[in-house]
Design a protein around this ligand. Structure first.
Ligand SMILES: [Zn+2]
Length: 476
């Protein structure tokens, strides 16, 4: 066993050796939450650590200042490990709170991406150490992927060809359960609709005004009528991001809404999107306003890869669940009592195993399920259309913790979260090591991927004229 630097025991040992440094990295990112496309300090922290480990750094990937690649080794296979580090607005929270206690506002790591980036970096470093120890051929790449929450950084990186030469891609997400993902996800497309009309005194000259706010409202009414006549698994959501001003006595000359359209396939999402665009044009016609449509992002659906997820499951089973201790349980119990409702608890396990609602922390592994579907969307989907991709979830938070909530932020730098993150690093590094020592796994994974995609070129859901800088300039 000692002679095999890629053995499960050896990789697990290598992760454990360096785990403390990456828990510290994760905590630093947690303490400096930065929003999509603005993750400059978070990126600098990751680059500093990976450069010290001997990785070669490429910055500005896909035209984004906060996207980077860190690479080690040479030759094939080329293993990609995906990391994220963006936070969410208005979720700032202190650590270990059992009631909302932050009064300062500001961003917070409500999706645990502080753990996601550091855990993936830890996996990449452990794998690199194993390859370097025996001079084994292979390339390890860590992808620093920005803006998962708003804009889809990986879709821009994919459009720029950043994943084209990979042999396999690995990712994970902090969660409330331990699970190898056999759930696909929705493709998504989103856009901003800007209506321009004509201002007028709303009492004296209403006949001279053309209301952009009316157009926004009529578009929403039209979209709500569309729901009956679209595929039942499609989703249409909207928000009004500019209602045209505070004064009702001014006819609103400019108003904007934002739409998100989802469907299990990108083709269906595009079809529903085309109909939503017609509704916008109809609303403009009715109100004698004009409408400008700006696509602001898009995700492809996730393609599952059985050849990879079976290997990942076997590694997760052999490594075992995170080693939670009494203190972890005590805090999770207290949080459950004060801040998590029965509905929260049920919602957090309904997609996995409802019997888990009676547990505080997930201390086992969900069995490998049949291929399923979840309604959310992720830009990991875009990577999966380019290269065989596999993901796991690990338990970092109390059962019942909703994503994008203060309850999640407050747990993001606790020992339980670190334990889940270290497990993810081990699972990814071991699965990637299996792919390196046994090339037949990658051959099978590629054959399966080719059958799913037809091997055709990747079609990015974001049109070429939409750039990350357009989006930044438009960010609300
Ligand atoms: Zn997330």
């Amino acid at each position: 066993m000692e002679n095999d630097p890629l053995s499960l025991d050896e990789i697990v040992r290598r992760v454990d050796t360096k785990a403390a440094d990456y828990c510290a990295l994760s905590d630093r990112i947690w303490a400096m939450p930065e929003l999509a496309f603005e993750e400059h300090r978070s990126v600098a922290e990751h680059i500093a650590v990976l450069e010290r480990e001997g990785f070669r750094i490429t910055t500005n990937v896909g035209g984004m200042a906060t996207a980077f690649i860190a690479e080690f080794g040479q030759g094939s296979p080329i293993i990609g490990i995906l990391g994220e580090y963006d936070a969410l607005p208005d979720l700032a929270q202190v650590s270990s709170a059992t009631r909302p206690s932050s009064t300062e506002g500001g961003p917070g790591h409500g999706c645990g991406h502080n753990l996601l980036g550091a855990g993936s970096a830890l996996a990449a470093v452990a794998l690199k150490d194993a390859l370097a120890a025996e001079g084994i051929e292979g390339t390890v790449r860590f992808y620093g992927c920005p803006a998962e929450e708003a804009g889809g950084g990986k879709a821009f990186m994919a459009r720029a060809g950043a994943f084209n030469d990979l042999d396999a891609a690995f990712c994970w997400h902090p969660a409330v359960v331990n699970e190898v993902l056999t759930k696909s996800s929705n493709a998504a497309k989103w856009a901003r609709f800007s209506f321009t009309g004509r201002a007028a005194h709303a009492a004296a000259d209403p006949h001279l005004g053309r209301s952009a706010l009316d157009a926004v409202e009529l578009m929403n009414v039209g979209a709500n009528y569309l729901r009956e006549h679209m595929p039942s698994d499609a989703r249409v959501h909207y928000s009004i991001i500019n209602a045209g001003g505070e004064f009702p006595n001014v006819v609103q000359a400019y108003a904007e809404s934002s739409y998100s359209i989802r469907s299990p396939t990108l083709q269906d999402a595009e079809r529903v999107f085309a109909r939503v665009k017609k509704i916008a044009e109809g609303a403009a016609l009715m109100t004698e306003t004009s409408v400008k449509v700006q696509i602001t992002g898009g995700y492809s659906n996730v393609l599952l890869n059985k050849a990879l997820y079976e290997v990942m499951y076997e590694n997760m089973r052999r490594i075992g669940p995170p080693p939670f201790d009494t203190a972890d349980y005590e805090f999770a119990k207290e949080l459950r009592k004060t801040a998590l409702s029965d509905d929260d608890v049920l919602a957090s396990v309904v997609g996995s195993d409802v019997s888990l609602k009676d547990k505080i922390l997930h201390d086992s592994l969900l069995p490998l399920g049949a291929d399923q579907f979840q309604m959310g969307s992720t830009d990991v989907g875009d990577v999966s259309w380019i290269v065989p991709t596999v993901q796991c979830w690990t338990a970092c938070f109390a059962i019942g913790t909703p994503f994008h909530s203060w309850q999640l932020v407050t747990q993001g730098n606790l020992p339980a979260a670190h334990k889940g993150m270290i497990l993810a690093a081990k699972v990814i590094a071991c699965t990637a090591a299996d792919c390196i020592r046994n090339p037949a796994i990658i051959t099978r994974a590629k054959a399966e991927w080719k059958q799913q995609t037809g091997g055709g070129p990747y079609l990015c859901p974001i049109p070429l004229d939409v750039t990350p800088s357009n989006l930044r300039a438009k960010a609300p």
